[in-house]
Design a protein around this ligand. Sequence first.
Ligand code: PLP
Length: 396
Amino acid sequence: MTNKDIAERGQKVVMNTYGRFPIAPVKGKGSYLWDADGKQYLDFVAGIAVCDLGHCHEELQKVIQQQAADLWHISNIYWIEPQVRLAEKLVDISGLDKAFFCNSGAEANEGAIKLARKYFYRQKEPGRNQIIVFNDSFHGRTLATLTATGQKKYQEGFAPLPAGFLYADYNNLASVEKLLSDETAGIMIEPIQGEGGVHPADPVFLNSLRRICDREGIMLIFDEVQCGVARSGHFMAYQSYGVKPDIVTMAKGLGGGFPIGAMLATDKAASGFAPGDHASTFGGNPLATAVADRVVELVSAPVFLDNVNKTGGYLKESLESIKDERIVAVRGKGLLLGVEFSAPIKDLVTICMQNGLLLLGAGANVMRFVPPLNINEIEVNQAVNIFKKSLQEWKE
Ligand SMILES: Cc1ncc(COP(=O)(O)O)c(C=O)c1O
C-alpha cells in the first residue's frame, strides 16, 4: 500500500474537512515518521503540538499495555483510580483545586464556558453570562468554541451562532475595559495564541486581566490547550507570567497522543457545577488517564522543563540567525515557536516536507515549530538545515 493508494481510498470515504498533504505516515519513533512509501521525516508538527514525548515512547507503551490488560472503560458514575491520580498531580502542579476530564480541547473549553455561566447562575446572577474573548484566538470547532474563536473564517456558514461572546484585541487592555459590563461572566484567553500566529501575551496585559477579574468578581479563563503541558517551558504557560486563572483548559499534549482534555478550576469556580450539570461518557476513562498521568509525571520534572527551555532557546536562536529578508519576526516560548514571513508560506511547508521536515502554518504567513518536547540539539540542527535549504528553493 503506497501513499497514493491510501489517499485515493481516503478521498472516496473520508469526509472532506481537511486540506491534507499527499502522504500517509505509517510508522513513528521519537522525532521521526515514515510514510507508506518508506520516506523518513523529521516531525516538527508532532500531531499539532500533541506528541510531546515523540512517537511511540516506550514508557507510554508500557502504561497503555498494562492498563489495557487491567481496565479500559467504566463510567464516571464510579470512581476511576488513574483519574484520581492524574487529578492529584494536576491540582498539585497548577495550584488550582478541582479537575474535570473530557476528550479534546474544544470540549474542555465548552466546559469552561458552561462552568463560568453556571457559577453566576447559582450566585443568582443569571444575567452575567457574557464571555470576553480575543481577535485572532482559537478555541475549537464546536458551536460555542468557534464562536469564542475571534476569526470570522471559522464561523462562516454556521449561523445562528450562540450568543454571549464579545471580542477584544489581544494585548490591548482598553479594548477589554470597553466591553466590561454587569453581564460579563469572564474573560477567556490563550496566554500564547497558537493558531492565530504564535503570539505570546504581554506580561503586563495578562497581569492586568487578573486585576480586572478580581475587581469585577468575574472568571479569568486560560485556554492552555496548545501552550500548556510543558510546551512553553513551564508546565502551565501562566506560571511564567505569575498569573493564576480561575479556570484553565488543556488537551493536546496531555495524553502524549492519546486523546484527553481537562479543565481545572479553583474550588470557588468549581462550585458552579453540581451533579448532573456537566458530563462526558469517555471523559477521564482509565486508559486515557493512566497514559496522561505518566505524561504529566515525565514532562513536569524540572530537568525535563529545563531541557524544553534550553532546546527551545537553541532552536529560537538558530531561526533568528537565518538571513532571509522574507522573515519578519521569530516569536514564541519554549518549543512553541513561530517564524513570520512577509508572504504566505503554504508552498514552503510543501518544500520542507519534500526535503524531509514536517512543519505547519499558524495563519497564512507564520511557520509554526512545535516538535516533540524531548528533541535534542542534533535534531534541531538537522531541522534548521533542512529549513534553510528549503528557503533557498522557495520562490514566492
Ligand atoms: C488554543 C486551542 N484551544 C482549543 C483547541 C481545540 O482543541 P481540539 O482540536 O482538541 O478540540 C486548539 C486546537 O488547536 C487550540 O490550539
